[in-house]
Design a binder for this molecule. Structure first.
Ligand code: CS2
Length: 487
C-alpha cells in the first residue's frame, strides 16, 4: 500500500473529508507537545478554521522525543483523524506543517518561537510540564527549572523555553503574541502566566514586567476523549483512506474548546468552526475537570482494581455505573457553580453516554498515568469545596482511596508506574499492606499531592480510611457486594 503524503493525496477516496486550504498556508502557530490530543483537537479546529483564511499552520515542537516527527516526516506531516462513534468518519488533517524536537533542533525551535509571523504559541504538555507546586505556583526546586535558571540558553522545560523566547521577542520583535495553555489544569492560562512571570522575574524584572503587560494567556477548557493510537486503528484507517498512515489519531465525535476572549493580536477564525469564546472560562473548566476528568480517574483506578481494561468495560458494569452516576449527581455537582447555560444533569448524562462508546477502546491504564498530577485538579478541589460547604465527600474519597490502593498494588506487583513522582510513590506504597489506617496516614503524607489543610481535616481522613479499608477487599469477583456497601 502506498504511503500517505502530498503526492498521493489525490488518491484519497471522496468519503474522506479534507480542507485543502491548509496545504498552501504558512505557519502562524507554534505548539509545544504535538501529541495525540493536540492532533485530534486544536489542530483539527485550526485546520477547519483555515477555510476562513489566514496563515495558521502549526509548527509542532516535541520537547524530547522524536517519535512524532520521525513517523510523520515521510508523510509530509499529514495524518488522518478517525472519529469513532455510531457513524465513523475520517478527516485528513494538513494543519501541521513542521515538527521539531527541542533537544535536537534548538535553533530552529527558537527561530519559530521568535518569528514575527508567529502570533500564537499553544501548549499541551500535560500537568507535569508546568513544574508547579501543589499551591499552583512555579516550583523553583524542580530539577528542570533549576537547570533552566542556571542555563537560560539551553532550557529543557517549557517554562524556561518560553521565557528565553520571550526575552528575544522583547528585544527584537514587536509582533503581538498570545500563549494558550490547552491542558487539564484549573485556571490553566493564569497558572501558566504566573509561572512564566515568576521565572522571568529571576532572569530580568524588566522582561517580567513586559510579559505581564504585553502577552495574553487566555484560560481554556478542552474536551474530547482521545485514546492512544493502536494497531487496530492503523489497520482501520488504511482501509478507509486506501493509503498507509504511520500515525493516525482517533477520538470520539464530541469535541469542545472554550477559550477566554483575551488575545494579543490575531487568531484563526475558530469561532466559525465551533469554538466558544467567553469572558469567563472558569465555570466551564471546573465543570469539565471535576465531572469528566474526576469521574474518569475514579473509574480508571476502581476499574483496574476490578480487573477491567477499558472505560467501556468498566462503565458497563451496573454497580460501577451506579457509583459513578451517584458520585457525579450527588457529590461532584455540589462542589461548583455551573455556567449559566449548562444543565448539569444533562451534562452528566452525556458524559456517561460518552463513556459507553463501544467504538473506542480507551485503556484505563492510560487514564491512570500521572495520578499525582491529576488528582489535585480532578478530585481534591471538589473535596475541599464540599468540605467547606458541609457537603458530602464519601464517594469523592473512593476515587482517592482507589488511587492509594492502586499504588500499593503497583508496589506489590512491580507494576511500572507512569508518574513523575513514581519513585517516591512506590517507596511509600511499598511500606503499606493495603489494609490498615497507618497506610492512609503514610500515603496522605505525600505533600506534593495533598495540601496540609486537607490532611488536617478529620472528615477527610475518616472518609479516606473508610473507603481505603472498604476497597482493600475489592477484586474482579466481588465488585457488586464491595461497591454496593458504599452506596
Ligand atoms: C483523561 C483525559 O487520560 C486522562 O486522564 O481523563 O485525557 C480525558 O480523556 C480528556 O480530558 C477528555 O477531554
Amino acid at each position: 500500500m502506498q504511503q500517505l503524503n502530498r503526492n498521493t493525496l489525490r488518491q484519497l477516496p471522496s468519503t474522506v473529508l479534507h480542507n485543502k486550504t491548509a496545504l498552501n498556508s504558512e505557519i502562524g502557530i507554534v505548539h509545544l507537545g504535538p501529541g495525540a490530543f493536540h492532533r485530534a483537537h486544536q489542530a483539527v479546529f485550526t485546520d477547519n478554521a483555515m477555510e476562513y483564511g489566514g496563515n495558521w499552520c502549526i509548527c509542532g515542537v516535541s520537547m524530547r522525543s522524536s517519535g512524532v516527527r520521525d513517523e510523520l516526516a515521510s508523510q509530509d506531516n499529514l495524518y488522518t483523524l478517525a472519529v469513532l462513534d455510531e457513524n465513523p468518519s475520517y478527516q485528513l488533517i494538513s494543519a501541521i506543517k513542521q515538527i521539531l524536537v527541542l533537544s535536537e533542533q534548538r535553533s530552529l525551535v527558537m527561530q519559530q518561537l521568535t518569528a514575527a509571523t508567529t502570533h500564537i504559541i499553544s501548549l499541551t504538555i500535560t500537568e507535569k510540564g508546568y513544574c508547579l507546586t501543589s499551591d499552583g505556583l512555579l516550583d523553583l526546586a524542580h530539577p528542570d527549572i533549576k537547570h533552566d535558571l542556571a542555563n537560560p540558553e539551553i532550557p529543557c522545560s517549557a517554562i524556561g523555553l518560553l521565557v528565553t523566547a520571550l526575552a528575544f521577542r522583547h528585544q527584537e520583535c514587536t509582533a503581538e503574541l498570545t500563549i494558550i495553555s490547552c491542558d487539564n489544569l484549573a485556571d490553566n492560562g493564569t497558572k501558566l502566566a504566573k509561572a512564566i512571570i515568576a521565572f522571568a522575574t529571576h532572569v530580568d524584572p524588566v522582561l517580567a514586567a513586559w510579559i505581564k503587560q504585553t502577552i495574553s494567556f487566555p484560560n481554556t477548557m478542552v474536551d474530547s476523549i482521545t485514546p492512544a493510537t493502536n494497531e487496530a486503528l492503523r489497520a482501520r484507517v488504511a482501509q478507509a483512506i486506501q493509503l498507509q498512515d504511520n500515525w493516525p489519531i482517533q477520538r470520539e465525535a464530541f469535541t469542545q474548546w472554550v477559550i477566554e476572549d483575551n488575545f494579543s493580536g490575531p487568531r484563526p477564525a475558530w469561532e466559525k468552526v465551533g469554538v466558544t469564546f467567553t469572558s469567563d472560562v472558569s465555570a466551564y473548566e471546573k465543570a469539565k475537570l471535576r465531572l469528566l476528568n474526576g469521574s474518569h480517574s475514579t473509574l480508571a483506578y476502581l476499574g483496574l482494581l476490578c480487573g477491567k481494561e477499558t472505560v467501556n468495560e468498566a462503565i458497563s458494569h451496573p454497580t460501577l455505573f451506579k457509583l459513578i452516576e451517584t458520585l457525579l449527581k450527588e457529590q461532584v455537582s455540589l462542589s461548583f457553580s455551573a455556567p449559566a447555560e449548562m444543565n448539569v444533569d444533562q451534562y452528566i448524562d452525556a458524559i456517561l453516554l460518552r463513556y459507553n462508546n463501544r467504538h473506542i477502546r480507551h485503556l484505563l491504564s492510560q487514564i491512570a498515568w500521572d495520578g499525582s498530577q491529576k488528582l489535585p485538579f480532578r478530585l481534591l478541589g471538589s473535596i475541599q469545596d464540599n468540605l467547606a460547604q458541609g457537603q458530602p465527600i464519601s464517594l469523592l474519597c473512593i476515587g482517592v482511596a482507589a488511587w492509594l490502593q492502586f499504588l500499593v498494588s503497583a508496589a506489590q506487583t512491580n507494576f511500572p508506574l507512569v508518574d513523575p513522582l513514581a519513585d517516591k510513590l512506590i517507596r511509600c506504597a511499598a511500606l503499606c499492606d493495603g489494609k490498615s489506617k497507618e497506610d492512609v496516614t503514610r500515603l496522605l503524607g505525600i505533600e506534593q499531592v495533598f495540601p496540609t489543610p486537607l490532611v488536617n481535616n478529620t472528615v477527610f481522613i475518616d472518609g479516606i480510611c473508610h473507603a481505603y479499608l472498604g476497597l482493600s477487599r475489592l477484586n474482579a469477583d466481588n465488585v457488586t457486594e464491595t461497591l454496593e456497601a458504599f452506596l
